[in-house]
Design a protein around this ligand. Structure first.
Ligand code: ATP
Ligand code: MG
Length: 398
């Protein structure tokens, strides 16, 4: 079990003149619409509780106005809750004094804003280096670091321009470089990729995943695009009108949307391009390692199947069929099982259904799911792959 980095405990946020009076009404059961119409207060968030684990990319999604920005602005206390607590690394952010809060924002949590939030009178490189400047890092060092991050986000050569001389997408990448340069444990990203065109956006998603592999930050990422959420999120929370509709892994959201609101989002995505074989694989029926040909054949026949999966020191070698074993026995072959095994095409756990399909089509054998170390995690049958896609077609047509 990973460590919990951010705990959101029963957060309610009401915007308006007298939030505490409005809070009492909400606690007595008044809804968002009624509160707005009768009391001109906006219920931004209503009793939200969730935990974000260290090292995960936690995605928050929902339609415009559902409370996404409001929620993450509580994390660095740009917004104070009307009720509830935010605990980060065991510390209640509301208990911090001015000095502690300043330090916390400099060292522990950085943010990429929806509206970029760059300083217009600073050059691009100085914008990126700013977080290091306030921490007292020497000029040469901070410029070197900032230049490196700008290169990472594809903006080498833009160092000495001003934000207004950049396109929206480029400014957004400066915002990202700035958050990464700050090297905080937590990065909040509010629609950080929405201003990017699809190709660049997809590259940035890829890059974020790569960086995350390397850096293991805790990233809270807001988007209203479910495909993006599914691609990069370890877990996804879906907000509707300030309430939590569902929280789960991409697979859980895709396979079991909790209500019509979530189902509407799910309808829009191409499941085959998101669902990975890990979600549909099953355990191999029979693994063979040190058996003789005859022993292997006996096991295959006992289970009543046509093939077995061959491992050596727990590493996947290939598959042997009943027919191959019979032939080897008849010919008194001295080959080991591993030598005998067919080296079939393999997929990894993160291969999508769409990606696995070409290798599976026309193949009567399942595809082995093997990781980089050669460990066999499971197998996926051509059937289960087509079923995963058909289910999608059914849902769209129904
Ligand atoms: N400063 C504010 N004053 C009054 N109401 C606010 C304020 N900030 C947000 N709200 C209200 O709180 C609700 C949630 O807004 P929020 O900005 O969190 O939505 P969002 O999910 O981030 O939307 P978007 O996708 O458009 O950015 C909305 O009803 C909004 O009108
Ligand atoms: Mg927002």
């Amino acid at each position: 079990m990973s460590k919990i980095k951010i705990e959101v405990q029963n957060i309610t946020k009401i915007f308006g003149e007298k939030p505490q009076e409005a809070l009492a009404k909400v606690k007595a059961g008044m809804g968002k619409q009624e509160l707005l119409e009768q009391h001109t207060h906006t219920l931004g968030l209503h009793n939200i509780s969730l935990n974000i684990e260290e090292g995960e990319i936690f995605v928050i999604m929902g339609l415009s106005g559902s409370g996404k920005s409001t929620l993450i602005r509580h994390f660095n206390r740009l917004i104070d809750p009307s009720d509830g607590h935010i605990i980060i690394d065991g510390e209640d952010v509301m208990e911090m004094d001015v000095k502690q809060l300043e330090d916390f924002r400099r060292r522990k949590i950085s943010m990429v804003f929806q509206s970029f939030g760059l300083m217009p009178h600073y050059t691009v490189v100085d914008n990126v280096a700013y977080a290091l400047e306030v921490r007292g890092v020497k000029k040469a060092e901070r410029i070197a670091k900032a230049t490196e991050w700008l290169e990472t986000v594809g903006l080498a050569g833009y160092e000495n321009l001003y934000p207004r001389q950049l396109s929206g997408g480029q400014q957004q990448r400066v915002g990202l470089a700035r958050a990464l340069a700050a090297d905080t444990d937590v990065i909040l990203m509010d629609e950080a990729f929405s201003a990017l065109d699809p190709l660049i956006r997809s590259q940035m998603q890829e890059q974020l995943l790569e960086l995350q592999n390397r850096l293991q930050k805790t990233i809270v990422f807001i988007t209203h695009d479910l495909s993006e959420a599914l691609r990069i999120g370890s877990r996804i929370a879906i907000l509707k009108d300030g309430e939590l509709s569902q929280i789960g892994t991409p697979e859980e959201i895709l396979l079991n949307p909790s209500d019509d609101y979530v189902r509407e989002f799910v309808k829009e995505v191409n499941r085959a391009s998101v669902l990975t074989v890990e979600a549909i694989m099953r355990k191999p029926r029979l693994c063979l390692e040190n058996e003789t040909h005859q022993e292997a054949l006996t096991k295959i026949e006992a289970v009543g199947i046509e093939w077995g999966w061959v491992l050596t020191n727990n590493r996947y070698q290939g598959m042997v069929t009943r027919a191959q074993l019979k032939k080897a026995i008849a010919e008194n072959s001295q080959e080991t099982l591993a030598q005998l095994a067919n080296n079939s095409v393999v997929v990894t756990q993160s291969t999508t259904v769409e990606g696995a399909l070409p290798s599976a089509i026309g193949n009567k054998y399942p595809l082995p799911v093997v990781d980089q170390n050669g460990k066999l995690w499971g197998v996926v049958t051509p059937d289960s792959l087509t079923r995963a896609i058909e289910k999608e077609t059914d849902e769209v047509s129904s």
